[in-house]
Every structure is written in C-alpha cells, then in structure tokens.
Write a protein that binds this ligand. Structure first.
Ligand code: XLS
Ligand code: NI
Ligand code: NI
Length: 433
C-alpha cells in the first residue's frame, strides 16, 4: 500500500439523501435495472492518462501537479500503477484504459521502449490478479513524441509509418495479454496543419491501408475484442481525417472495414464537430458501428477539448437513452476521458471527480431507463412513422421514382401536415430527469 490516498475510504452507495462526500448517491453497482446490475449497464472505466500521467499543463503554463511517481524510471512507473489500482479499489470501477506512454517510461530506442512496456504489462497483469479492475481498452500514443508531429500512419515519411506499425503491434500485443476488451485508435495527428504541404489523397490511402493491417493483425494474434476508431474533428491537427461518425463510416466503407471496425464516441469531440453526443451515438448505432464511449464534458465557450468530468445528468441522459435503445454496450463501456482542473491538486480531488462523474452517469442512466420503461416516447415515435406500415407506402420503396409519383397523379394524394409534438415530448422527457 502507498500512502497517496491515505485516509480516503472505499466509496460505497449511501443513497440520494447522503451528505457524505465520499459516497455514491446514485451509483449502486449491484442494483438490478432492466434485468442487469447497474455496474454492467455502465461499465465504468478510468483513463490512466488524465488521472496519473497528465501533469497539469495548459497552453499558457506548465506542470501544476506534483506526484511522487513523476519521472522516467521503471520503478516510478510501478509506483504509478500501485496508486492507480488503489484508486480503482476505492472507486470500484470495473475497468481502466491506457496508452503505452502512460504506463511505461519512453526508451532511447524502440527496443528499449518495448522492453519497458513489456515489463509494465507483466506488472499490470499481476495487479489485475490481486485487484478487480480489468482492461477495457489499450491504445498507442502516436501523437505526443516529436517523431509523430506530422502524423503516424499518414506521415509523409515512410519510416514513421513503420514506427507507427511497430508501436501499434506492441500495444495490440499488450492489450491481448491483459485481456483488454477493445483496442482503440485515435488519430490526433492523422490530419494536417496546412493543405499547402499535404497530399491528402495519399495520406487518406495510407490511413486506410494501416487500419486494414491492424485488422489483419488482430486476426493473426487471435484478439477477440473490438477495434475502435475514436472520431474527432480537429485538435491537435487543424483538420483530422476521422472527423465524426459519418466521416468515419464513409472511410470504413471505402476500405471495406465497416464490419470490422466500430467507433469510440467522445462527448467533447462530438461538440467540437458541431454535433450533440446523442447524435453521434444514435448515428453509430443506426449504422451498426457503435462500440464504446469516452465520457466527459466540454466547455461550450472554449472551442477546445476541455475533458471535464460530467456533472449534468440531464445532458447525459439522452446519450444513455440512445445506448439503451440500441441494447446497451457489448464490448464497450463508459470511459472517463476526463481530467481535473489544473488547480485541483489534492489526491482527494481525483477521487471526488470520479465519484461525481459516476453518480452523474448513474442518475442519467436511471432517468433514461425510466423513460424507456414508460414507453410513451417510443409510442409517439412509432405513431409518427405509422404511415410507412401500409402496403402502398412499402411498395414505393421497392418501386421506381415514377411509381412513387404515380400515387399523387393517379390517386390524388394530398398530404395533411401533422404536428411533430416536440414540446410535448420535451415535457415528457423532463418528467424523468
Ligand atoms: C484525445 C482523445 C484521447 C483518446 C485516446 O482527445 O480523447 O484521449 O481517447 O487516445
Ligand atoms: Ni478520448
Ligand atoms: Ni478527447
């Protein structure tokens, strides 16, 4: 045991009226709703990078956090893992996620970085033996080191493509070894700063081939989890190729990967793309590519990815409603891709941030479940489209444009506009929040 979280108790459910800061008021992991425990609906995960690797810097200032594990030695990386699993025990989150760079010191050569990763993967495997948290997904950091400044798979330099391939291979091996349920690719620098120096067609083709190679490698090593792309429109690149769910779907279709790859949708990225979180989830579920979510909250004024912990359950309820409608997560989960504000220096801030985030999501889930069980919203939706059940309506879709038009010419179809009833449904929705 380290003393980092000294005096912080294990967090348990005490119910909505509890005033104990170190307790859940809504997240009750064992409570069965819609036939399964809340923990299985939510599948919470902690992001190693924000909680344990990030040092508190922003574009105008550097490190604010002082953690006993900061530094480039393997012993410190192990201390970091010790503290991480202590936090997972305190919170009871069933999952965690990491990039290679979060868990191991960077070596001076690829071989040394890989040895460091392997040593840390063995250490994390031991931790998983003696603690409950498991790996939701692994991923490679292909964006922080200066070698990746012009991209990874989309880099103009083929040597970087090779380096990215070796890095992803090592991370997929690590994910397999730790029993990870998904492997994520977020292409932060797979994009461009200026079209003036960019061969867009070549970069896109390389990104497509790279993803095919990742899928081929998945089968080669027998990884049974899902491969997930995490869309984001920009930041750090001016323009990122995996802009949003619709763009990713077109890309997957283009490279015959739409049955092989799904998406990991992040709230803040949806906002940056000019969408709502629930829009991105609904689109992905309708396309059959929904995988997992990165849960956070974006600042609506700042215009960048602020990765705040969620604290507005009404906002998240719509997202969970879409996930419920689609039948819930399969391999995915609710990963807190969220970080403290840089002034939140104390160990307890890390715990309280997650407690609040988990409670916000649990409350959102409960609202979504209640609305779902009530059924009135789905009834109204079904009623709105009921006309499409008629044989003439169905026939239009299998026939030609001319046949569809004929109904107007021959039968004198004269449509009567009907109310969409939005405010009524908004009132209904509000009853459950
Ligand atoms: C950055 C991304 C990143 C991915 C993992 O904006 O959200 O944290 O989730 O590489
Ligand atoms: Ni993310
Ligand atoms: Ni993000």
């Amino acid at each position: 045991m380290t003393d980092f979280f000294a005096n912080i108790p294990t967090i348990t459910y005490e119910g909505p009226s509890s005033t104990n800061e170190f307790a859940f008021r809504h997240y009750n992991p064992d409570e069965v709703i819609l036939g399964k425990p809340m923990a299985e609906h939510l599948r919470f995960s902690v992001a190693y990078w924000h909680s344990f690797a990030w040092q508190g810097g922003d574009p105008f200032g550097g490190q604010t956090f002082e953690r006993p594990w900061f530094g480039d030695e393997i012993g410190l990386a192990k201390l970091k893992a010790d503290v991480a699993f202590e936090m997972f025990d305190i919170l009871g989150n069933p999952f965690y996620c990491f990039h290679d760079a979060d868990v191991r010191p960077e070596g001076t050569t690829f071989a040394q970085s890989q040895r460091n990763l392997e040593e840390m993967v063995d250490y994390l495997a031991e931790k998983q033996q003696s603690h409950k948290a498991r790996l939701l997904w692994g991923t490679a950091n292909l964006f922080s080191h200066r070698r990746f400044m012009s991209g990874a798979a989309t880099n103009p330099d083929p040597d970087i493509y090779a380096y990215a391939a070796a890095t992803v291979q090592a991370n997929m091996d690590a994910t397999l070894k730790l029993g990870g349920q998904n492997y994520v690719l977020w292409g932060g620098r797979e994009g461009y700063e200026t079209l003036l120096n960019t061969d867009l067609a070549a970069e896109r083709a390389h990104a497509g081939r790279f993803l095919q190679q990742v899928v081929e490698y998945k089968y080669k090593i027998g990884f049974k989890g899902a491969i997930l792309i995490e869309p984001k429109p920009q930041e750090p690149s001016k323009h990122q190729y995996d802009y949003d769910v619709a763009t990713v779907y077109g890309f997957l279709k283009d490279f015959d990967l739409e049955k092989e790859v799904q998406v990991n949708i992040e709230q803040g990225h949806a906002i940056l793309a000019g969408h709502s979180f629930e829009h991105e989830i609904a689109l992905a579920t309708s396309l059959g590519i929904f995988g997992s979510i990165d849960m956070n909250r974006n600042d609506y004024q700042s215009g960048w990815d602020t990765d705040q912990f969620p604290n507005n359950h009404g906002e998240k309820a719509l997202a969970f409603y879409e996930i419920l409608r689609a039948g819930g997560y399969k391999t995915g989960g609710t990963n807190f891709d969220a970080k403290l504000r840089r002034q939140s220096l104390d160990p307890q801030d890390l715990i309280l941030a997650h407690v609040g985030g988990m409670d916000t999501c649990a409350r959102a889930l409960k609202a979504a479940v209640a609305l779902f069980e009530d059924g009135a919203l789905e009834e109204a939706r079904a009623k709105r489209y009921a006309g499409w059940k008629s044989p003439e309506a169905k026939a239009m879709l299998s026939g030609s444009l001319d046949q569809a038009a004929q109904r107007v010419r021959d039968q004198g179809v004269n449509p009567v506009p009907k109310s969409g009833g939005q405010e009524r449904l908004e009132n209904l929705w509000n009853r459950f929040i």
